[in-house]
Design a protein around this ligand. Structure first.
Ligand code: KG4
Ligand code: ZN
Length: 383
């Protein structure tokens, strides 16, 4: 099964072709990611309108490039998947509408993929990790520990009560004048800094639940930076190293609590899996190894290019859903918000049909196209 995946929920315009065999990991035939960093850098963060326009301008070209690199014709794909949220609504509309157009013209099944589900299933694309596993999802907008029990079957064990980890990295970078996106820049500075120089807090450490809190850490960092200002290069490096060390300690502690909750409720996980842009951080990857080892479970961390937003993860999630007959109509709606726990899976009694999706999928796509409906578009999140 070969699926085209389209990702436009934030500031990456991405398309990929992925092949899903009947069993085991997938094969990435192409994976084109165009970052919009240049467009947003001057503003110190993603500007939703600029992002949406940039997606409109580039997406056709990116899809054409992905098709060409894979050497696959539209007529040969088995389905088209797009991230239908959660994300910046303008970008989501661009990706989903483009996927609908391809599905309609090529008479292919459409899969409207939840972006978080795509991050959650990436370990199956790279490593064929069997269910159930414990997911640590840490990106710019989300920080969650999730029990991944099956496609469309997710139980959230912990989340952040305020900022996401990626957001904390981004805000730290902004505060220290490092630029955008912050994660990789803070990591680079931290490499040669002293992590013990500033005594920053470790919020939520030792609590029995698996929730995170990052805003107190951010405030403590700001106060320390103000205290030693004007900042020398060494101060910046030490602040970054101290901040990153605090995050690393918190991640280790929260994951230990999350793994315990997982075992108590669902038994032993097949693996601890990391996903989302923050999982590209080497110091965090290192501590994940330790936590998994202590917990007696395997660790699966996709390569950095598949941790940050990409089209391959959308294509793979689309293929997983397609293989279960989970397709969507042209009336499917873009979402600014869409909880992982609200993603629908197969009916509990259904067994997975192997291979191509049922023929009614094609009829549904064409029928839906004949009766145009104005989709109800959600209000965008306040920016
Ligand atoms: O998953 P992702 O590409 O996009 C979202 O869905 O948010 O994650 C982007 C986030 C940004 O906040 C970025 O600063 C963070 O991941 N990030 C990192 C690193 N690389 C990306 N954070 C820490 N260290 C990194 N090396
Ligand atoms: Zn993401």
């Amino acid at each position: 099964m070969v699926v085209l995946g389209i990702e436009t929920t934030c500031d990456e315009t991405a398309a990929a072709l992925v092949e899903r065999p009947a069993e085991g990991p997938g094969k990435i035939l192409s994976n084109i990611v165009l970052s919009q960093i240049v467009e947003h850098a001057a503003f110190g963060g993603v500007v939703p309108e600029i992002a949406a326009r940039a997606h409109v301008e580039r997406l056709d070209m990116i899809i054409a490039e992905a098709m060409a690199e894979a050497g696959v014709a539209f007529s040969a794909i088995d389905g088209v998947a797009a991230a239908a949220g959660p994300g910046l609504i303008g970008g989501v509309i661009v990706g989903l509408t483009t996927a609908k157009a391809i599905a309609l013209v090529q008479e292919k099944p459409l899969v409207a993929v939840n972006h978080l589900e795509a991050h959650a299933l990436t370990a199956r694309l790279t490593d064929g990790t069997p269910f159930p596993y414990c997911l640590f999802l840490a990106s710019g907008g989300h920080t969650q520990i999730v029990a991944v029990l099956g496609v469309g079957n997710y139980v959230r064990l912990g989340t952040t009560v305020d900022d996401a980890i990626g957001e904390a990295f981004d805000k730290t970078a902004k505060l220290l004048g490092l630029g955008y996106p912050g994660g990789p820049l803070v990591e680079r500075e931290a490499l040669s800094g002293n992590p013990a120089r500033f005594a920053l807090p470790r919020p939520m450490m030792g609590r029995p639940h698996a929730d995170f809190s990052l805003s107190g850490l951010k405030t403590a960092l700001r106060l320390e930076a103000e205290r030693v200002a004007p900042l020398s290069d060494e101060d910046v490096r030490d602040l970054c190293a101290s901040f990153q060390q605090s995050v690393v300690d918190v991640v280790a502690d929260r994951l230990r609590a999350g793994l315990k909750m997982f075992r108590d409720r669902f038994g032993k996980p097949t693996a601890l899996v990391a996903a989302g842009g923050v999982a590209a951080n080497e110091a965090i990857r290192k501590v994940l190894h330790r936590v998994a080892f202590e917990g007696g479970t395997a660790l699966v961390v996709p390569p950095p290019i598949l941790c940050t937003d990409n089209g391959a993860m959308i294509a793979w999630a689309g293929a997983e859903r397609l293989a279960l007959g989970l397709t969507d109509t042209l009336a499917s709606v873009p979402h600014a918000r869409w909880l992982l726990s609200d993603v629908k899976g197969p009916p509990k009694t259904a067994t997975a049909p192997a291979g191509t999706p049922p023929p009614e999928t094609f009829r549904k796509v064409v029928e839906a196209a004949k009766t145009p409906q104005v989709p109800e578009i959600e209000e965008p999140e306040p920016q």
